[in-house]
Design a binder for this molecule. Structure first.
Ligand SMILES: [Ca+2]
Ligand SMILES: [Ca+2]
Length: 243
């Protein structure tokens, strides 16, 4: 079979896969599995799919209302918890080192996106940096979000990773949401302009969701096989040209 024909066939199958609707790969709503009428209790295991949620850099965790202060987008009518985090860095220290991390395998999915809700307390950091990792170890800056008020939920913050090579079909995909200095400075600004930044400020997460377009395993096998085949063919052609 002509390799150009295979390239076209794979491109076509990829295009048709991309046209499919995104599905939720993993989601965290942080609610107790069995509602217990206590938003101070919850879980950090996903309510949909698989993955891990952890605090990083010395941040501490608890659960608190996902409904108060305007509320998250969680449709739960009762016992809606958010993942409460605090013990952030002291002023002018630890830029982008404290926050939360989610590890989610994207094997079998393309066009990965994430979205999340977060409540900024008045004294929490105004700037929140999303970072992603392809190996689960090294993290790269992506979108920087800015709060415009304190004691307020910012729902549906989203990042589209569909154009980042290596995010799709990756067992080691991970992302972090960390507090950041104001751009170009060494200072955390408070979420509420009338407040002062404090390490005891809280960031409360909810509805952390990873979505992607399911792609058949056969596609990835075909794609990797094709790459190998084209490489061999190029070497073969180059060898002939050299003769
Ligand atoms: Ca509960
Ligand atoms: Ca919730």
């Amino acid at each position: 079979m002509n390799s150009k024909f295979i390239v076209a066939a794979v491109a076509l199958s990829f295009a048709s896969a991309s046209a499919q609707a995104s599905l939720v790969i993993s989601q965290w709503n942080f609610n107790s599995i069995t509602p217990d009428n206590n938003t101070g209790s919850g879980i950090t295991t996903p309510n949909i799919g698989n993955g891990t949620a952890s605090v990083i850099g010395g941040v501490t965790q608890a659960f608190a209302s996902g409904t108060a202060s305007g509320g998250s987008s969680d449709p739960a009518l009762t016992d809606n918890s958010g993942w409460q985090t605090t013990t952030y860095a002291a002023q002018s220290a630890g830029d982008k080192t404290r926050g939360v991390q989610f590890n989610v395998s994207t094997l079998g999915f393309s066009d990965i996106s994430i979205r999340y809700d977060v409540r900024h307390s008045n004294t929490s950091a105004r700037h929140q940096q999303v970072q992603y990792s392809l190996d689960g170890i090294n993290f790269i800056d992506s979108t920087l979000f800015t709060a415009t008020a304190g004691d307020t939920w910012f729902n549906g913050r989203s990042v589209d990773f569909s154009n980042i090579a290596g995010v799709a079909n990756n067992a080691n995909f991970a992302f972090r949401i960390v507090s950041a200095f104001a751009p170009g400075t060494s200072t955390y600004l408070p979420s509420n302009p009338a407040s002062s930044y404090g390490a005891g400020g809280t960031l409360r997460f909810d509805m952390v969701t990873v979505t992607g377009v399911p792609v058949p395993a056969a596609f990835w096998m075909m794609a990797s096989g094709l790459i190998g085949m084209v490489c061999v063919r190029r070497r073969h052609t180059a060898a002939h040209s050299a003769i």
